[in-house]
Ligand binder design. Structure first.
Ligand code: ADP
Ligand code: ZN
Length: 745
């Protein structure tokens, strides 16, 4: 028997063992794709090892097809996936799945497009006299299409013809008569087209500031060493970190190695991608999930072929198949979107560090508000700290002013959304033709509906959360932000039929409406997940804002970070405390980061900026230090709190959520696991907290109970959890494990 280990695309499954029959002369290499039987199905898996051993007493099945003779995934990436599966306690198939380009499980991964060309017969028909037999039967539409094709020798994509009014029907008829031919062509579209290329204003020759120069010198020196190291680039907002990245990237490329630049969210990618494109031309690839499958696949293939030196992308780009990465930059390293909230629940920044270690590369973690984890590592000397304390051209940081909303409510009643101070400041900017950004980190119109007569509230039928009301074309729609189920908001109460339904709380939609009422002459636009659902909508809106076609941009955290709009001189924060109410030990850190980042959007041009922060808790330390933009003060205070409570980064956490059809089901299963874990914890030093109802007690119709493992020895904590789960295999599917959780729900 010739046995191999194969990762198959089945959730939570470990590697499976298969035999390679002698009909295949050679063993498939690690990283090659193979077709294998799994149950009654044939699936495409990836070879991850040649060291497999058969299970005694079970039959080892045969590989049915070998799809690659060379590794499809580079072996280094296979190793990285094995680490991810082990560390995050995910199935190997889940981990390999994030590294594979979409469509790679289909034999032909290329996206094709249909191209239509006129045949010689079609051309001669066109040339013929309208009176002759050959011409008979051509409708004017068909004749137009033929004429279009005659003018475009190799043919036109079907999509282009359609956009010029030629229906599929017309083309089909022409094809049936042999007048046109349709061929499938590999479609390698250029996703950079959509990037905001027009808005790139980079002067590659401009002089660096003294601090940028010093940072670049230090980082270049680290890169020259050509071995694994981590640097934390702590630079205030507007300090010109991007320019440092670009020059460092160029330096590393000249050393003959490649560069990976990770950015948190797609909202930030268009402009960064465009900057890289202008700096590195064709040698750049882009990887993120908002690309079409075909685009993503094409970009992946370009990287795999070695056609690119620089890859920019969101968290999964950390698995990009670069052969010799010498530099991995994690921009805005504190950003929570680096954590994947589905299996495998990996953290892109942490995987980047593991990858760099294996490849002997330099990691640069960049942020104005580093995560506590990274800052502590830098303070402990594990990372090299590089700081930029001033903005470029000595521009001052935005002045931050607090507005106590309790006073505002006392004066004007509880329905105030925009305070006097903020309204006056907006008025002033509009008069000066400056731009304004208004943040509220909560989407929708209102956050709750209730009956004033009987008190009935609108909760999701599947989840223990209240529904958010959105304004739809047809009326009011209440939607669950967890399971996405929705219903029309009726005119009368469902329980008591009283016509006194009231909406409470507010989100971005209502803020937008309020601003339009207050400033009728202003052009107000909104950016949140609802408004930019359509592909390209976000880039389009950001470009409009950059071009000065919008005066006030309202939005969620999507508008808070990264963007560089020099004409923004005012940032308003509608409600700074949203995150503080959560029973989450990271609440203060998140609030501090969000406020510092959004204040960082103001005053990036020639005129100084100001931020006005509305809050109910002006004395809260995370709001106070964010006002002063004093990271060191925040870090000291927050770390002391984490120490006293024994929270990360002082200890490690693993979260397990157990689901059940009833609460008792979930609680019983969790109790069983916790009993075993308590026994294990008596031998190794960690503690088990719980089980207890999860904060989101019901989700998508299932009840949820959670427990935590807390300690400093992650490997032993994982081992104990793995053993407990192995003892109850029937529970495995009902348990979600999150190692180093960021959001606990
Ligand atoms: P950060 O990412 O640190 O918040 P950016 O990289 O977005 O800051 O840079 C802020 C602004 O400063 C950008 O408009 C950028 O083009 C500009 N900039 C960067 N470096 C310089 C420099 N050396 N001289 C002048 N302007 C610069
Ligand atoms: Zn729901």
């Amino acid at each position: 028997m010739r046995l191999i280990s194969v990762a198959v695309p089945v959730p939570q499954l470990d590697a499976l063992t298969y035999n390679v029959p002698h009909a295949f002369p050679a063993l498939p290499p690690i990283g090659a794709r193979v077709r294998v039987p799994v149950g009654a199905r044939l699936l495409v898996g990836c070879v991850i090892g040649h060291d497999a051993v058969g299970e005694p007493g079970t039959e080892t099945r045969d590989v049915t097809e070998i799809l690659d003779r060379e590794p499809f995934l580079p072996p280094a990436i296979v190793d990285l996936c094995r680490w991810v599966a082990d560390y995050y306690m995910a199935g190997i198939g889940d981990a390999i799945g994030v590294a594979m380009p979409p469509a790679s499980r289909r034999p032909c991964g290329y996206k094709t497009r249909r191209v239509v060309a006129a045949t010689p017969h079609g051309l001669s028909t066109l040339g013929s006299d309208p009176g002759t037999a050959d011409h008979r039967g051509l409708t004017p539409r068909q004749r137009d299409v033929l004429a279009m094709l005659a003018a475009a020798a190799p043919g036109l994509p079907a999509t282009v013809l359609r956009s010029r009014g030629a229906s599929g029907d017309v083309i089909g008829r022409l094809a049936a008569r042999g007048l046109v031919a349709i061929r499938a062509e590999r479609d390698e579209r250029d996703p950079f087209e959509r990037a905001a290329l027009a808005n790139v204003g980079r002067d590659a020759d401009r002089a660096l500031t003294g601090e940028q120069d010093a940072a670049l010198a230090t980082l270049s020196r680290l890169a020259d060493a050509g071995r694994f190291q981590v640097a934390l680039l702590h630079g205030v907002t507007g300090s010109g970190k991007t320019e440092v990245y670009l020059r460092l990237a160029d330096h590393v490329c000249r050393l003959g190695r490649q560069v990976l630049l990770l950015v948190p969210e797609i909202a930030l990618t268009p402009s960064v991608a465009a900057l890289l494109r202008s700096a590195f031309g064709e040698r750049v690839a882009i990887q993120h999930s908002a690309l079409s499958d075909g685009e993503r696949h094409d970009q992946w293939q370009r990287i795999r072929r070695g056609d690119v030196d620089v890859v920019v992308g969101t968290r999964s780009a950390v698995f990009a198949p670069l052969a010799r990465p010498g530099l991995i930059i994690v921009d805005e390293e504190h950003d929570s979107s680096y954590k994947q909230e589905d299996a495998p629940r990996y953290h892109g920044r942490d995987v980047a560090i593991v990858r760099a270690k294996a490849e002997g590369a330099l990691v640069v973690l960049g942020s104005a508000t580093p995560s506590l984890e990274s800052y502590q590592n830098a303070a402990a000397g594990k990372y090299t700290r590089v700081t930029i304390e001033r903005r470029v051209l000595d521009r001052p940081l935005a002045d931050v002013r607090l507005v106590n909303m309790r006073e505002e409510y006392a004066e004007q009643g509880p329905d105030v959304i925009v305070s006097h101070a903020l309204a006056a400041a907006i008025e002033d900017r509009l008069a000066r033709r400056d731009q304004v950004v208004v943040l509220l980190n909560r989407r929708g119109y209102s956050t709750a509906v209730f009956c004033r007569q009987c008190g009935d509230t609108f909760e999701c039928l599947n989840c223990s959360v209240s529904l958010t009301v959105h304004r739809a074309r047809a009326g009011w729609r209440a939607r669950c932000h967890y399971c996405n189920s929705s219903m029309d908001v009726p005119r009368a109460c469902r329980k008591c039929a009283a016509p006194y339904l009231e909406q409470a709380g507010f989100g971005t939609e209502k803020v937008e409406q309020r601003l339009v009422e207050l400033f009728p002459g202003a052009r107000v636009r909104r950016i949140d997940r609802d408004s930019v659902r359509r592909r390209g909508a976000l880039t389009a809106m950001l470009s409009k804002f950059a071009a000065g076609e919008v005066d006030i941009l309202v939005g969620t955290q999507m508008i808070a970070k990264g963007h560089d709009f020099p004409r923004v001189t005012l940032v308003g924060v509608i409600s700074a405390d949203i995150g503080l109410g959560l029973a989450d030990f990271r609440a203060a850190e998140r609030t501090f980061q969000l406020l510092t980042q959004v204040a960082g959007r103001a005053g990036r041009g020639e005129r100084a900026g100001e931020a006005i922060v509305q809050t109910l808790y002006p004395e809260h330390y995370s709001i106070q230090v964010a006002c002063r933009q004093d990271y060191a003060a925040f870090f000291g205070r927050e770390l002391a709190y984490r120490r006293s409570m024994r929270y990360p980064p002082v200890v490690a956490l693993i979260n397990a959520v157990v689901r059940g059809r009833t609460f008792a089901d979930a609680m019983d299963a969790a109790t069983t696991l916790v009993r075993d874990l308590d026994a294990a914890a008596a031998r190794v030093p960690f503690i088990v907290l719980g089980p207890a109802p999860a904060p989101l007690g019901r989700l998508r119709g299932e009840h949820r109970v959670q427990f935590f493992l807390k300690g400093t020895r992650r490997a032993e904590m994982r081992r104990a959890l793995r053993e407990a789960l192995a003892a109850y295999p029937h529970l495995r599917k009902r348990v979600t494990i999150d190692v180093d959780p960021l959001n606990v729900l």
